[in-house]
Design a protein around this ligand. Structure first.
Ligand SMILES: [Zn+2]
Ligand SMILES: [Zn+2]
Length: 262
């Protein structure tokens, strides 16, 4: 049995748990280690059952708990070479936990095969992940300014995809952010809008994806309702019926509270 849960998901902290049988991994470790452990325990998951942490990129909302959690649990951290270099520059790789550079084919953690794919983001060498387990697969794609054909191909056919739905175009346009920050978010190396997410989800639906979790919603420039309505409408326009042909939900800012069985 495979399990999926977001421990936190927003511009202020991101961490995703994926479990298989008696063990699991984290994708990113934002917020703080104490809170992440608490969220796991609340869902009946022992933090000691974590075998590794995979990092998408070096931005603080993805790594603020990394050093404490990895050294506390004595588990390896995997990331691309560029991300490891950035983490090293930030003083996070302090020798208290092992780390390893990811190769394109990824790495096996027990029966989980975890492979990175490139994302388009203003970080050193950002990536998303596809996790293949016996009988099911999960894709995680956040922090990307656009969705390229290669990403879609990698995510196609996954049983569940966590897809970024960062901002509503209008809320960003008329919101409080300064123009340079708005431009950065909208750029090809920023974040996905609700419309971008909806377009990608429609293509993924065609590839066989049936479960969508929308993540990394901006607190300032989005709402869970706007994000879900946008993607739900796009999927309905494809002729798909909600809850029959697809499942869709927005990841809460805090923990989901319980895991989804995949
Ligand atoms: Zn980022
Ligand atoms: Zn982020």
């Amino acid at each position: 049995m495979a399990r999926f849960m977001t421990l936190c998901s927003s511009s202020s902290g991101n961490a995703v748990y994926v479990g298989y049988q008696q063990y699991g991994i984290l994708i990113d470790a934002g917020r703080n280690a104490k809170q992440l452990k608490l969220s796991l325990r609340d869902a009946g998951i022992d933090p000691a059952s974590l075998k590794a942490i995979f990092v998408t990129h070096e931005h603080t909302d993805h790594v603020s708990a990394l050093r404490v959690l990895a050294s506390n649990l004595h588990i390896p951290v995997y990331a691309t070479g560029g991300t490891l270099a950035a983490l090293n520059n930030a003083g996070i790789l302090d020798g208290r936990f092992p780390f390893e550079k990811l190769m394109p084919g990824g790495v096996a953690v027990g029966d989980m095969q975890v492979a990175p794919f490139a994302t388009c983001h203003d970080a050193k060498e950002s990536c998303g992940y596809r996790i293949d387990m016996p009988g099911c697969s999960v894709g995680i794609a956040t922090d990307t300014g656009r969705v390229c054909a290669e990403m879609l191909e990698t995510l196609s056919g996954c049983d569940l995809v966590l897809l970024e739905s960062n901002y509503d175009e209008e809320m960003l346009e008329y919101g409080p952010y300064p123009p340079p920050l708005k431009a950065r978010i909208r750029s090809g190396i920023g974040h996905l809008s609700n419309d971008d997410c909806a377009a990608a989800a429609a293509l993924l639906l065609q590839s066989g994806v049936r479960r969508f979790v929308l993540g990394h919603l901006s607190r300032e420039n989005n709402t869970p309702t706007l994000a879900t309505v946008c993607t739900r409408n796009a999927l309905k326009r494809m002729g798909a019926v909600p809850d029959r042909d697809f499942e869709l939900l927005a990841a809460p800012v805090e923990s989901m509270g319980k895991y989804m069985v995949i």
